[in-house]
Write a protein that binds this ligand. Structure first.
Ligand code: SF4
Ligand code: SF4
Length: 299
């Protein structure tokens, strides 16, 4: 059958067994994340570096950081225990492309040792254009880019700085560079036929109405899904540094923006914002069963 929101059949055929894209598949297929990428090359105002990257993950969670060798060991152990494990993602705990050696070494080994597992990564997009060749080399079939704005004026309220060409860049200039790299990276992936999903964090009063423009821009550049996630704002997750007391959206505010974007890039509404070391079916989290010490015991 066809996909949600009239997704084109050829795209649906590629993603229907992917637990993150298909409402149906997420009951039957499992995914896991390995936390091999500790560093980040930008600062989001909503990020607390003590915890996992909020681009893909629920904030307030601390994942067990692994070396590429440990990560590969863990993936192979999980795959033998959970046969439905079909997708492996790198989503932090920082930015996957700010630690390119670790991220790609993990993918390289997995492409060789577990060629049936689909690979995906998520990134803020700053370093994406530089690594599109490498992404294609390991046959990574899904990339997620977090895009919160297409206007540097809005971006300056979300990103206080980026690290670019060995220098810290701040303000509108930082947001402009990030925006250009995100758009270029998305265009390059689309041109190579890599399925690309966009995540946006809805920040009330900062980018809520603006996300409709983001939706238009990413659809025009070939994104196949646009996932609008709520800013999760709780004292234990750290503050939103740009605006004191920044709150997250209400359920109605979230739905209003999602509805306003309907008919744009197909929206994904069941993303669970899983932790950077999540293991199992989407509704469950078995990461505690596969900590490093437990994997050593299994051997
Ligand atoms: Fe934090 Fe992720 Fe933003 Fe980096 S990209 S600052 S890790 S939320
Ligand atoms: Fe899938 Fe979203 Fe979880 Fe990533 S965070 S594994 S896209 S449900």
């Amino acid at each position: 059958s066809g996909g949600p929101d009239d997704m084109p059949q050829e795209i649906w055929d590629k993603v229907k067994n992917h637990p993150c894209y298909s409402e149906e598949a997420h009951h039957h297929y499992a995914r896991m994340h390995v936390a091999v990428a500790p560093a980040c090359n930008i600062q989001c105002n909503y990020c607390n570096r003590k915890y996992d990257c909020s681009n893909e993950s629920r904030p307030g969670v601390v994942s067990q950081k692994l070396t590429p060798d440990q990560a590969v060991k863990k993936v192979l152990a999980v795959a033998s225990e959970i046969p439905q494990m079909t997708v492996l993602g790198i989503a932090g705990p920082g930015d996957s492309l700010a630690s390119p050696a670790k991220t790609f070494e993990t993918f390289r080994q997995l492409a060789e040792k577990a060629p049936d597992i689909k690979l995906c990564l998520s990134t803020n997009g700053l370093a994406l254009p530089k690594y599109v060749d490498e992404i294609c080399k390991y046959n990574i079939d899904h990339v997620t880019i977090t895009i919160n704005m297409v206007d540097p004026e809005v971006g300056a309220k979300i990103y206080p700085w980026i690290f670019w060409e060995h220098k810290r860049v701040t303000g509108i200039e930082a947001a402009r560079i990030l925006h250009e790299q995100q758009m270029l990276g998305l265009e390059m992936l689309t041109a190579r036929g890599v399925l690309t999903k966009i995540n946006s964090v809805l920040i009330p009063g900062v980018n809520d109405e603006h996300l409709i423009e983001v939706n238009r821009a990413v659809k025009a550049r070939g994104a196949f899904l646009h996932n609008i996630m709520p800013l999760i704002s709780a004292p234990e997750h750290g503050t939103y540094f740009g605006l004191n007391g920044q709150r997250g959206p209400t359920a109605q505010e979230l739905k209003a923006v999602q509805d306003a974007c309907a008919g744009g890039a197909n929206l994904m509404r069941h993303c669970r914002q899983c932790r950077a070391d999540a293991v199992g079916l989407l509704g469950e989290d078995r990461s505690e069963e596969f900590t490093l010490d437990k994997i050593e015991e299994m051997e």
